[in-house]
Design a protein around this ligand. Structure first.
Ligand code: DAK
Length: 263
């Protein structure tokens, strides 16, 4: 199946919903799905778009978000193919993580292995009450290969990440919420509407400010505090050269609502 049939993109104004469409295999990530997702996010980031995307939602069709990397495809891989697959997975996660617009993972069902890692590369996770999270790679004799050992640890803390990765156990949406893996849990039927509501709110804010905040938080995570605060200060100062900063502050002082142009 062509990668553009495996990944659907729907736009409503500045909000995009990216849906993985391989429900018969619980949206397992094969090379084609990974390529389709990379293409979708690259196109959404394209600066030639007359109405740029300001927030996106990533979700899955059917009863799974993503039940992991495609085990049938991985089982046949040579080391060279496995490296190519891992590189493509890392590149995809980095593309999402470093995109200029926030991406919300709307986890509608299973988010296992590479699926949990994909959700972790999004800015935050909203989960359906039926969702299940886990890193079951140890059951297959491998380790998380799309950055899970690192991003899960940063999100939920080292001890919880170790427990999940060493046992391969699944946790419920409520448990994911309690450990800070998910930001919120909603009834399954309301998940997408809730994610859209938040994405629409984000899209109404100053896009340069949102993008700069995302960039500073991402880079700051790997820096010592004084260096990270210096990065914040420089980025803060740079925003004072934008029309959005002038418009936003003028609107506040004039008691009107700001409309941001992203300039
Ligand atoms: N891969 C391929 N097919 C999968 C799949 C997967 N991960 N998960 C499910 N499917 C397929 C099933 O084979 C089945 O196909 P048919 O038999 O109908 O053709 C169909 O989806 C429906 O699944 P089930 O019949 O099993 O559905 P159930 O509701 O009974 O069970 C389940 C749902 C999620 C509990 C079960 O499907 C399951 O345990 N799935 C596997 C979960 C898993 O182990 N996921 C982690 C995969 S490992 C790396 C790159 C990446 C990674 C590692 C290294 N490098 C290259 C370094 C990441 C690794 C992983 O993600």
């Amino acid at each position: 199946m062509a990668d553009n049939e495996l990944v659907a993109v729907e736009r409503t104004g500045a909000v995009a919903v990216v849906t993985i469409q391989r429900p018969d295999k619980l949206n397992a990530l094969n090379a084609e799905v990974v390529a389709g997702l990379a293409r979708a996010f690259r196109e959404l980031a394209s600066s030639s778009d007359p109405e740029p995307v300001r927030a996106a939602i990533l979700t899955g069709a059917g009863k799974a978000f993503v039940a992991g990397a495609d085990i049938a495809q991985m089982a046949q891989m040579t080391p060279v193919e496995a490296k190519r697959f891992a590189d493509a997975g890392h590149a995809l996660c980095h593309l999402i993580e470093s995109s200029s617009f926030p991406v919300i993972a709307a986890v509608n069902g299973y988010a296992l292995g590479g699926g949990c890692e994909l959700a972790l590369s999004c800015d935050f996770i909203y989960a359906a009450d039926v969702a299940k999270f886990g890193q079951p790679e140890v059951n297959l004799g491998i380790l998380p290969g799309f950055g899970g050992t690192q991003r899960l640890m940063r999100r939920v803390g080292a001890a919880r990440a170790r427990e999940l990765i060493f046992t391969g156990d699944m946790v419920s949406a409520e448990q994911a919420l309690a450990m800070g893996l998910a930001n919120a849990v909603f009834p399954a039927a309301e998940l997408l509407a809730k994610a859209r509501e938040t994405a629409t709110k984000i899209a109404s804010k100053g896009p340069l400010a949102v993008a700069a905040s995302k960039r500073v938080m991402l880079h700051g995570e790997t820096l010592d505090l004084p260096t990270a605060c210096e990065l914040e200060a420089q980025t803060f100062a740079a925003l004072f050269g934008s029309e959005d900063q002038r418009g936003g502050m003028t609107a506040f002082l004039g008691k009107t609502k700001a409309t941001f142009q992203g300039r």
